[in-house]
Design a protein around this ligand. Structure first.
Ligand code: ADP
Ligand code: MG
Length: 212
């Protein structure tokens, strides 16, 4: 069994066959470097370029943490914009096909509030969204993050470029310090170091930009 095989990870057999059906025969470099740590529950900050499979690098880990019978929001993925949030939700749904009844909800700005509020009447297990709209839901208490286990900052460099730093801090203020925090970014400007220092605890650093 090579270390780039998904079967080297402690995953449910149903997830391994789902990955097989998706045509994911080998882990990409960022998945091989990050997934063991992600699954162990520690914080990870990873640098990897677009198209390198970052969604599964955090998605397989967070799906593994969801207790479906617990109707609370247990994982949150912050994305810079709706198009990217939709892509993440789509990929998470593919990765979640092995298990029944995981509810994944996308909450982005520029969309009407009404349908989002209706969808939040029953808490989704996983929320994917943009920081500004999530702030609004947290203030209204239409979204509760008291049981959040995993927080992902996806495309963190682009979120900071778009001026979301304060909104991210505000969203995080609603979560428990015990959470696992995963940060993914294609570049590492100084601002990323600063936000990582603020929101992560002794993160494992993964940099696969030289391997690709
Ligand atoms: P990134 O977030 O790094 O830009 P994505 O997570 O969107 O990349 O993945 C890019 C594409 O690669 C997607 O179409 C995804 O389904 C596919 N993919 C991810 N992991 C694997 C894998 N291990 N084997 C084959 N395809 C994969
Ligand atoms: Mg991505």
């Amino acid at each position: 069994m090579s270390t780039t095989s998904f079967s080297s990870l402690a995953l449910p057999a149903e997830q391994l066959s789902n990955l097989d059906e998706l045509g994911y025969s080998e882990m990409t470099p960022v998945q091989a470097a990050a997934l063991p740590a992600v699954l162990s529950g520690v914080d990870v900050r990873a640098k990897a370029k677009t198209g390198s499979g970052k969604t599964a690098a955090f998605g397989i880990g967070l799906l593994n943490r969801i207790v479906v019978s617990d109707f609370t929001t247990q994982a949150l993925v912050l994305c810079p914009m709706r198009e990217l949030a939709d892509q993440v939700s789509k990929e998470l749904r593919r990765l979640a096909r092995f298990t029944q009844n995981i509810k994944i909800l996308t909450l982005c700005g520029g969309q009407p509030m009404g349908p989002q509020l209706d969808s939040l009447v029953h808490a989704p297990h996983i929320v994917v969204g943009t920081p500004g709209r999530l702030q609004e839901h947290l203030r209204k208490q239409s979204l509760l993050l008291d049981n959040l286990n995993v927080l992902v900052l996806d495309e963190a460099d682009r979120m900071l470029d778009m001026g979301f730093s304060d909104a991210i801090d505000d969203v995080i203020s609603y979560t428990s310090p015990e959470r696992q925090t995963l940060l993914f970014s294609a570049t590492y400007p100084q601002e990323i170091e600063q936000i990582s220092a603020r929101v992560q605890r002794e993160p494992l650093r993964v940099d696969v930009t030289d391997d690709e």
